[in-house]
Design a protein around this ligand. Structure first.
Ligand code: C5P
Length: 211
């Protein structure tokens, strides 16, 4: 398709979702949260009583899993067994297990294919860990977001998520398949000193330079 993808990657609490929402509104893009897809698989695995560290069992469950993605009101929606997912994907149980599930190559293969499929619906802005490196390596529009540890810690507290985040970042950065890293051609944007508005302006400027 001739649709365009903007890739936003970075660690937890770096401001990806906030920036993606702002840019999606300004540029009329479909906002896709790839983390929700990894969270949905993890939630289902836990629901079925499967050990998320047992890769073979997770893969067996994945084969049977009825997971679907679509677009509603300009953003991605994930369905499990036909039902729309919601806040349950943000539970501490999911936070604590999602990195193990996301490290399994078979899980990533299935979800990456679904993620690429969003381009059929229109121009997208997709946030995650491997969007610029793996999902859309050929897009010229890539931003790697970061923020200093103190700022990120404050944001985690604000969303009620403290303990698991550092472990997740470490696991997401060290895994063999599609680790979190700065993509070739990505512009690095540190949001520490930015407000939402100034960070969005800075990102727009970087995207203009990349186009
Ligand atoms: O973005 P969010 O923090 O909700 O993502 C949850 C988890 O999903 C991450 O910690 C990571 O393990 C996994 N993830 C991933 N690749 C992506 C997006 C998320 O591995 N593109």
């Amino acid at each position: 398709s001739d649709h365009v993808a903007i890739a936003i990657d970075g660690p937890a609490a770096s401001g990806k979702s906030t920036l993606a929402r702002q840019l999606a509104a300004k540029l009329d893009l479909i906002m896709v949260n790839s983390g929700e897809m990894y969270r949905a698989v993890t939630w289902k695995v836990l629901q079925d009583g499967i050990d998320p560290k047992d890769a073979e069992a997770v893969i067996a469950a994945l084969v049977e899993m009825d997971i679907e993605c679509s677009v509603a009101e300009g953003r991605s929606v994930v369905r499990l067994d036909g039902r729309r997912t919601g806040d349950e994907l943000r539970s501490e149980a999911v936070n604590g297990s999602v990195s193990a599930v996301a490290a399994i190559p078979e899980v990533r293969n299935r979800l990456v294919e679904m993620q690429r499929g969003f381009l059929e619906f229109g121009n997208v802005i997709m946030e995650g860990r491997d969007i610029g490196t793996v999902v859309f390596p050929d897009t010229p529009f890539k931003i790697y977001l970061d923020a200093d540890a103190g700022v990120r810690a404050g944001r985690r507290v604000a969303v009620g998520e403290v303990d698991s985040v550092e472990d997740r970042d470490r696991e997401d950065s060290r895994r063999k398949t599609a680790p979190l890293q700065v993509a070739a051609g990505a512009a690095i944007l540190d949001t520490s000193g930015h407000t939402i508005e100034s960070g969005t302006e800075a990102a727009l400027e970087l995207l203009r330079e990349q186009g």
